[in-house]
Design a protein around this ligand. Sequence first.
Ligand code: PLP
Length: 432
Amino acid sequence: MGESAMAQAQTRTRAAEAAQSWEGHDISDLLSKSAAVMPAISATEAGTPGRSISFMTTEHEKPINLGGGIPDPDTLPVSGLQAAFDSVLATNPTEALRYGGVFGFDDLRKVLADRQGRIQGITLEMDNFLLTHGSAGGIDTICDTFLNPDDIVIAEQPNFAGSLRTIRGHLCEIIEAELGDDGDFAARVDAAANKVEASGKRVKLLYTVPDYHNPTGATMTLATREALIEVCAKHHILIMEDMAYTEIFFDEPPPPSLYAVADGHGVIQIGTFSKIIATGLRVGWIQAKIPVIESVARVRYDMGGSPLLHRAIAKYVGSGEVETHLDGMRDLYRQKCETLVASLQEYCEPYLRFEVPDGGFFIWAECIGASAQDVAREAAIEGVTFAAGSNFFAKREESDTSHIRMALSFATIDELAQVGPRLRDAFHRIVD
Ligand SMILES: Cc1ncc(COP(=O)(O)O)c(C=O)c1O
């Protein structure tokens, strides 16, 4: 070894030895405030095999998974997507495999403008859209754009745990407005905003899932949408409208979006391909007035999404194939819902109280005479796993110990028919 090679080797050894000092070092003093306060994983990740913290797991040999809001695995449009990916890679490999910019692939933004314009009965342009990593990524980016630590956000109570987590991760204060009776919801938001203003502060953002809500399955009436827009305009509260389940209606589509009612003023909408195509795509979008989209783009530092994915989805959705897929999904989820409801009504009548949803993936049930935690635990012994309702409240068990959320999307129809008798056995062990 020459002299300079030896010197290089020594320097390298010194660097490696110095780096050893990290071994066993506690990184907690380096964490951001957000990383320091957040729990390990989100509730959504509980839908990932092997990652379950807040949802139950089971050793049962025939498990029935009512945990995450995940599309039916047997109906994923694999061949349609494969053809779209093949076509993109055959025709536009260079563009598909290099950076695509922070707004995302223009043709997919155009497809979204046409399709969402048609669905919502409004005129939209490509520039009203920015593509994100799922709707979760969209919500995160909106929080980056509008929220500072200690800002105040109103969220429906209960609410999607993932979004509560995102807002909390931005070190904001969450005020929960109880969903309860839909007719009074806007008044509750008004009262909450008045209270905040009386203390010399203001509410910046309201987060809502108006259609086939997660976790309650409820759909906001048109009158409440209108009232909410009035209240939020009065207080200058931005509305973040999460449309994750809007297209999964069983018969009739839901009432007009808040965005449509307000003609986009003061409303930022979030959409996703997760529930209508597949959660693994991780492609969603923000739909908003152009100045909002431009502001969002300014704080987007991740070099944008994947042009390959955007192009393949543009092909699959733009060809209209997704519409046939969606029609099939609506029929399937309607049947699944009917099966689960019939099974629960037949076997669990005295123990569960619930409303039948008009769409979406969830049944939200109140347990009678037993705590949700006990029911979730005993149901897991029967092989049925789902989320205790407390996961969907900012203060968890402090706020709720009586509800459970059952996702109907993932399990088969045969499995859903089995839920009633298995849950009845679980209740018998607790109640009788
Ligand atoms: C209401 C709601 N919003 C957003 C999401 C996140 O979905 P994604 O990021 O996959 O689009 C979910 C996932 O369950 C959800 O239920």
